[in-house]
Ligand binder design. Structure first.
Ligand SMILES: [Zn+2]
Length: 376
């Protein structure tokens, strides 16, 4: 989830918006305006829309604070945090590494719901202090807004504690089992199963409600359950990969035979004689036999086709010294993280003598498959 609109930095963490956020921001503003219309008939249109927009903005600010709490615990425990992105289903903090110990996993997960809960309680406390007497709906704008923020933040805290990945509760459960048993793999498996059972129950319950006439609300619960189910499968698969590759180094799995092409070939010749004939996408460009850079179809597509016969590979290649590389001692999991972060499918492996080999995502995936088949 990459931010397309950057808002700025807090504590050095970049805060941004994904385009899909605008959909949910509009939905929430409209639904707030609807609620205020019902509960505060005395308000003018201008006041109602003004308060709806301010409330929605504060709601998203509370989500940023929630994500920021995850980010700060992560950083405190030594995990680098890149950014926080708001998108259609809330917020996500991009933490660049998986927790290496149970305590980190546990605290990193639980801090978010705690933060939302505290925000909610503070909002409700101020609403009471301003003279709110439940169950009446506050009629003055400030208490009306704070009451809504209080209820929704507490709701958010409860929802996030559902023990299924990728919700915070899934991390908390995994961290707790890991902490108690000392076994990360077992913790992952149990937490994933629990999450899937809960997701199934939500789908079932949502559909039942739908057929009993609950309409949209039933479908919504089923949809969230379905989302949880697929997200939990994905993050479970991700963790199995991380566990399976633990201890492996780049040097153990890199391929030493990489395709090479001369820097003086032009793009036309290269495409006809190398690229389309072999189907390989990643080429090492050599000058006088020495590796100088790399080239993929991506570099070619930046040049108009009619210029291909007059452009050489040395003009378009990515020079090795300007390319993200790894060394044979880098853990394979870290190489995968680098590729994911930079959106690359392969990386050159450099040792002190120069280019030693290549490591690619598809190669690592094949490796995992082979090991799984042989139960290694
Ligand atoms: Zn969270």
């Amino acid at each position: 989830m990459r931010a397309q609109i950057k808002l700025g930095r807090i504590f050095g963490v970049e805060i941004g918006l994904h385009y899909s956020w605008f959909i949910i921001a509009l939905l929430i503003t409209f639904s707030l305006a609807g609620q205020f219309r019902e509960n505060n008939p005395g308000w003018s249109d201008g006041l109602r829309w003004g308060i709806s927009i301010v409330t929605a903005v504060l709601f998203f600010a509370a989500i940023v604070v929630h994500e920021l709490s995850h980010a700060l615990v992560a950083r405190f425990r030594g995990l680098p945090v890149r950014s926080i992105t708001l998108f259609a289903l809330g917020g996500v903090a991009q933490i660049e590494k998986e927790a290496a110990d149970a305590k980190t996993e546990f605290w990193m997960g639980i801090i978010g719901p705690i933060t939302s809960f505290v925000i909610g309680v503070v909002c409700l406390a101020i609403t009471f202090a301003l003279g709110w007497t439940p169950p009446d709906f506050p009629q003055r704008p400030l208490p009306a807004m704070l009451m809504w923020l209080g209820v929704i933040n507490i709701g958010l805290a409860i929802f996030n504690m559902i023990p299924g990945f990728p919700l915070d509760g899934g991390r908390v459960l995994r961290g707790a089992i890991w902490w108690i048993t000392g076994n990360a793999v077992r913790a992952t498996t149990i937490a994933a199963r629990v999450g899937q059972v809960i997701a199934f129950l939500m789908i079932l319950y949502g559909l039942l409600q739908f057929f009993r006439g609950a309409g949209f609300n039933g479908l919504w619960i089923a949809f969230i359950g379905w989302f949880l189910l697929s997200a939990s499968r994905e993050s479970y698969a991700q963790m199995v990969i991380t566990e399976g590759l633990r201890g492996l180094r780049v040097g153990d799995v890199m391929s030493r035979d990489f395709p090479v092409v001369d820097a003086n070939s032009n793009l036309q010749t290269f495409t006809e004689e190398n690229l389309t004939r072999t189907g390989r996408r990643f080429w090492v460009v050599t000058l006088n036999g020495q590796p100088e850079g790399i080239v993929t179809p991506h570099e070619l597509s930046a040049v108009p086709k009619n210029r291909w016969p007059y452009t050489t590979l040395s003009d378009v290649m990515r020079p090795l010294d300007a390319t993200r590389t790894v060394n044979p001692n880098t853990p394979v999991t870290e190489a995968l993280e680098v590729m994911a972060r930079q959106d690359l499918n392969q990386l050159p492996v450099m040792n002190e003598r120069g280019l030693a080999g290549l490591i690619s995502r598809s190669h690592i995936l094949q490796l995992i498959q082979t090991r799984a088949e042989l139960h290694l």
